[in-house]
Design a protein around this ligand. Sequence first.
Ligand SMILES: [Zn+2]
Length: 331
Amino acid sequence: MLIALDKSGQVINLLCIKTSEVADLKTQHLLCPACQQRVYLKHGKIRTPHFAHVTLLSCAYNSENESFQHLSLKKALFYWFAKTAHVTVEQFLPELQQIPDLLVNDKLAVEVQCSMLSAARLRERTKGYQSKHYQVIWLTGKKLWLGKRLTALKQQFLNFSLHVGFYYWEIDHSKKELRLNYLIHEDITGRLHYLVQHFAFGSGELLTILRQPFLKTGAQLRVPPQQNIAAYIRRQLHYKHPKWLKIQELYYHHGQHILAGKQDMNQVFPVGLNYLTYQFEGLKVPEFCQIIRPIKSYYRQFISYQHTHQDAPLYSPLVYATVFEGNLKRT
Ligand SMILES: [Zn+2]
């Protein structure tokens, strides 16, 4: 952690004091702002100076095994925000019993997530912020970068806007950059396809960069033609992949064959849209705990557009909404 309270209850922020003053803290009586227990300064040669609890058991809010990566990313973001915004680091929010890594202009919580956590814990922390009307943005560290496939946990980091569709923030300690993955789609084999935008640390205004998903973009994504889908499904059934056996069963149940008419099928979809089963089960939206806006109409508009535009690239949800609403006005 980077902050502590001194004897008089003043907040000491290691990112805001002079280097020459840091050493003096070694002999001071210091407390954790969250649990009020004793902390002390750790000041090694390699790691950023930071505070640690005297006894490991004492604090429910801080994890002591905070990595070098996490500490230095917090530091970099703090200075970047501080150029243009009011920012605090590790401010304890009593109404939530949570400590966001950074709190910007008293309403935006920015969390740098470098270590694994359970999807349940992520959901709980996100809902906590939402319930008290804080906006929260999760920046994922290396272990949680989006990569080629979605996991149950990564699904809960996904966010959504009409301008860029599904998006996902990554933070890169070694390249010193933020990345916005957007227009995220998934093909029928579970592989992800998306565009990436890079922002070097310190370049531009960070709040503006974080608002990027809400700015107009003409972005589109072309995914090269996929493999023979019927052959792919046949192979999955041959190896008794549970997911595909379940879909096959659903088709049988409705007197249809899963492979019938699949040759020319569109194979890339917005994340979470189960194209193969919606005709039987209706459009189901899986849980995305970051996403508050309803996205069923996006799924619906995507499907109707793709029916008549097989070779079109993938667009932002706004494009489908505009086409769809345009059609409505004409009829
Ligand atoms: Zn504590």
